[in-house]
Ligand binder design. Structure first.
Ligand code: FAD
Ligand code: SF4
Length: 809
């Protein structure tokens, strides 16, 4: 048929399976001439998502929203009739129709089976008990997340890739985890016994118990899991069991359709089944005797199949070299190809102290397999040699040790255009360069959107960035998405990671999730996040802070410092003024300046004089040097002003007392005014209290610096106590959700004031109480930085806050 004939004869394509393989194939079909009316059935109730990343969801590194691959809008735009939550239970290949479990009968001209696999359940007793899980779907993951908690005893049956990722996910959720594996080597399909031993050691180091060569005979319990019985008579206590004993292709429908089936649905090199109108793709197929359990092969299959189905039969699928990477942060494991030593020369390296094990197998001068444990930085190089069948010739003597200077930049330059950068989605270096040149791609997120590179397991992110850096004319680090190159995660992800993995020290975060060293961008940001998340109960590392934070003063252009004591609400006393004057004289302070924030600045101070000045002042630090609470500017309000309708001075002093000494994503400036005349400019502050007749307006997200923005109204309340509480809710919400170095005026715009209101002042009581509780815990552990150099810090020295309404009564 010609293209026009195909277009004219639009046929009904029914796809069974809304998973990665089915939809990737549909995406390829859509690139050809539009010749199908497409209906997709999926028995899961979710849109197509990245199943690979379920492990990251369980480990708290990603949210469920982040793993969605195709939105409702995408299905609509492409005229695809999506039937979610409908299981196809029968295929009548004679009458060409499928029947759903909702009773619907749908006719087809072409049927595509993309039914994937299901978890294999070994023949043991007790699988029906409550709290026995598999780890295959988003629903499984949600179930595990609901059940996992600190102290829960979890047993994972199966020490393959999925079992280990499940084990780590549960462990970071606080469970006490044991992995029971039938074989004597972990991940025995990917690792030899040495590699497996290294991996077992690393899992044990993480605190996960590994039992090898042990067979499970039953899961025991009345109605819910109580233990796991092993063949040798041992019974492990368990509150939760994950069965991760392998997968089985879903072939029931293929049998019903009368197709040839072995382990999977048998397909030829054009991806055709034994029925000319029925096709199959993904984990449910068997090609040349192999059933794959990885994404890369099914994407390659999808491309070939789309060509076949749209009448462009030509390209063939000739199999994929299997490659797997363990996605456990802090444990690097990679395996590819045939690493057995039969008729092959092994090349090995190991360093027990560093926990590094590498083995390459070479046959007829070519690389045929690789195992890397502890250091997978060269995996892309080996993968390329495996795929291309490169003759190793002159490289032979330095296979495991590339020449010095072969950094990622040089390395990437050397790679051929046909070299695969993203193995999961199958994107080549050439395709990325083309996207950069032809589609104006300059950032990683643009690259992901345009090519889908780096949207699979994420291990190629570094390579993609190196390529962007080398080729994109206006390369921009995705600062919004990724904190920095040292720790390539978004701030949102990092906050979740620190929380769920209970990390408390900057160096630990850098060791596990970053490059081990960090930089001036990520270290202060991580310091802030740890302080905020653990409400001050973290391992403070002063070297990770900015210089200003290390010396508690603002460095000036001539290397001297500025000292600003705290003057709450701009209200001071003659005694304080005397002390400030005495200090200025004693230390020959070069300039004494009244700031625009109703404070007094001592400028031109030598670093060596700082401790003496702080001691002589006897006033707390005004935090003028840090990303923290600066000041509350006030007007005189009802105390002295004839227009005043609210006591703005007392409210401002109390506001400052409540928030002082706390760190925030960026500096926070506040003001309180006694009437709408707004003399202290509260409507252009991060938080402002604006007095009204009988009420207060609480406004947030204002600015009057480089950016000028009128603050948004958060809420109007009757009492000063309520106004202060509303301010506290917003303050803590910003601390927890703002990105480091994001001012409130950007934050409020990004999140939207409606959502800010909904999550703070209009949140359910329990959520409000939780925010306030975390705020108070942080406050209780906060301290005046200028005390630090003089006396041992007493973090618990905290005066409980009293509601101002009571204070005033
Ligand atoms: C936790 C986890 C981690 C993984 N990590 C990696 C990794 O790091 N790298 C890698 O390459 N691969 C990984 N994989 C494997 C990878 O996710 C799969 O290879 C891939 O998702 C298979 O895609 P598929 O579309 O063939 O099957 P599936 O994703 O299983 O999709 C099939 C869909 O069809 C539905 N379906 C089945 N029968 C019917 C029916 N009768 N009616 C309607 N709908 C039906 C199923 O419910 C499912 O939604 C991982 C898998 C898991 C579970
Ligand atoms: S804002 Fe109102 S109360 Fe405050 S000083 Fe100005 S006029 Fe007076």
């Amino acid at each position: 048929m010609t293209n026009d004939e195909w277009r004219m004869a639009k046929r009904r394509l029914v796809v069974v399976g809304n998973g990665m393989a089915g939809i990737a194939c549909v995406e390829q079909i859509l690139k050809h001439v539009p010749c199908f009316e497409i209906t997709v059935f999926g028995d899961e109730t979710h849109l197509n998502y990245n199943r690979i990343l379920l492990s990251s969801v369980l480990a708290g590194e990603r949210t469920t929203d982040e793993i969605t691959l195709n939105t409702v809008e995408w299905y609509r735009r492409n005229d695809i009739d999506l039937r979610l939550g409908v299981r196809i239970v029968d295929v009548d290949s004679g009458r060409k129709r499928v029947t759903g479990d909702d009773g619907t009968v749908t006719p087809y001209d072409t049927l595509l089976l993309a039914t994937g696999s299901t978890a294999f359940m070994p023949p043991i007793e007790g699988l029906e008990l409550e709290n026995v899980f598999t780890f295959r779907t988003l629903e499984d993951t949600r179930g595990l997340l609901r059940r996992a908690a600190a102290g829960v005893k979890a047993v994972v049956i199966g020490g393959g890739l999925l079992g280990l990722e499940a084990a780590r996910g549960l462990q970071v959720r606080g469970c006490d985890v044991t992995v029971v594996h039938l074989m004597s080597t972990l991940m025995e399909r990917q690792l030899d016994s040495d590699g497996g031993n290294y991996l077992a050691g690393k899992m044990e180091d993480l605190g996960i118990r590994v039992l090898l060569g042990r067979s499970t005979v039953a899961i025991v319990g009345d109605t819910r899991v109580e233990g796991v019985a092993l063949e040798d008579g041992a019974v492990l206590d368990a509150d939760l069991v994950v069965v991760a004993a392998g997968i089985r292709p879903n072939v029931d429908l293929a049998y019903k359709a009368g197709l040839t089936v072995n382990r999977g649905v048998v397909v030829n090199d054009w991806m055709e089944t034994s029925d000319p109108d029925i096709f199959a793709v993904g984990e449910c197929v068997e090609h040349r005797g192999v059933c794959y359990g990885l994404v890369a092969p099914l994407l390659e299959q999808g491309k070939v199949l789309a060509a076949t189905m749209t009448g462009n039969r030509g390209p063939v699928y000739s199999g994929t070299i299997p490659a797997a990477k363990l996605k456990i942060m802090g444990i690097e494991v990679f395996s590819a190809g045939d690493w057995s030593e039969q008729h092959a020369d092994p090349v090995r390296y190991e360093d027990r102290a560093l926990g590094v094990y590498k083995k390459l197998t070479v046959r007829d001068g070519k690389l045929v397999g690789a195992i890397l444990v502890g250091d997978t930085s060269d995996s892309h190089r080996y993968m390329e040699w495996l795929r291309s069948g490169t003759d190793l010739g002159d490289k032979r003597s330095r296979l495991l040790f590339p020449p010095a200077g072969a950094d990622s930049g040089a390395d990437i330059a050397e790679m051929a255009d046909t070299a695969t950068i993203c193995g999961c989605v199958g994107v080549t270096k050439g395709a990325i360069i083309q996207a950069i040149h032809e589609k104006g791609v300059n950032t990683l997120s643009q690259l992901k959107e345009t090519t889908r590179a780096s949207t699979g397991c994420g291990s190629c992110t570094g390579l993609c960035q190196a390529l962007l850096k080398a080729v994109a004319p206006e390369f921009e680090e995705d600062t919004k998405k990724v904190l920095c190159g040292c720790v390539p995660f978004s701030q949102e992800n990092l906050r979740e990671i620190l929380r769920s993995q209970r990390l408390k020290a900057v160096q630990d975060v850098l060791d596990i999730y970053g490059n081990g060293s960090g930089c001036e961008v990520c270290k202060p940001a991580l310091s802030y996040m740890l302080d905020m998340i653990w409400c001050g109960d973290h391992d403070e590392d002063r070297s990770a802070r900015f210089i200003n934070d290390r010396v508690h003063a603002n460095i000036q252009k001539d290397g001297t410092f500025s000292v600003i004591p705290r003057i709450r609400g701009g209200v001071t006393t003659p005694e304080e003024l005397h002390r400030i004057a005495d200090v200025a004289t004693k230390y020959a302070v070069r300039m004494v300046k009244i700031t625009g924030s109703q404070r007094i600045d001592l400028l031109g101070v030598r670093k060596t004089d700082l401790p003496g000045i702080w001691a002589d002042l006897g006033m707390p630090s005004g935090q003028a040097y840090t990303k923290g609470v600066r000041m509350v500017k006030t007007c005189v309000g009802t105390e002295f002003c004839r227009f005043g309708v609210q006591d703005s001075t007392s409210a401002g002093v109390e506001l400052e007392r409540r928030f002082e000494n706390l760190f925030t994503p960026h500096k926070v400036k506040m003001a309180a005014v006694g009437c709408p005349r707004n003399c202290a400019e509260a409507t252009v502050k991060d938080i402002g209290l604006v007095g009204q007749e009988g009420s207060w307006q609480v406004v947030v997200g204002g600015a009057a610096g480089k950016s000028v923005r009128k603050a948004d109204l958060l809420i109007t309340v009757e009492t000063t106590g309520q106004a202060l509480e509303a301010a506290e809710l917003f303050f803590q919400y910003y601390r927890e959700n703002g990105n480091y170095l994001e001012r409130t005026y950007d934050f409020v715009v990004r999140v939207g004031i409606e959502k800010v209101r909904k999550d703070t002042v209009y949140a359910p009581d329990a959520a409000k109480d939780a925010l306030l509780e975390r705020f108070r815990r942080s406050k209780a552990r906060s301290y005046d930085a200028w005390q630090e150099g003089r006396a041992p810090m007493n973090r618990t020295q905290f005066i409980p806050l009293q509601p101002i309404d009571e204070v005033r009564a």
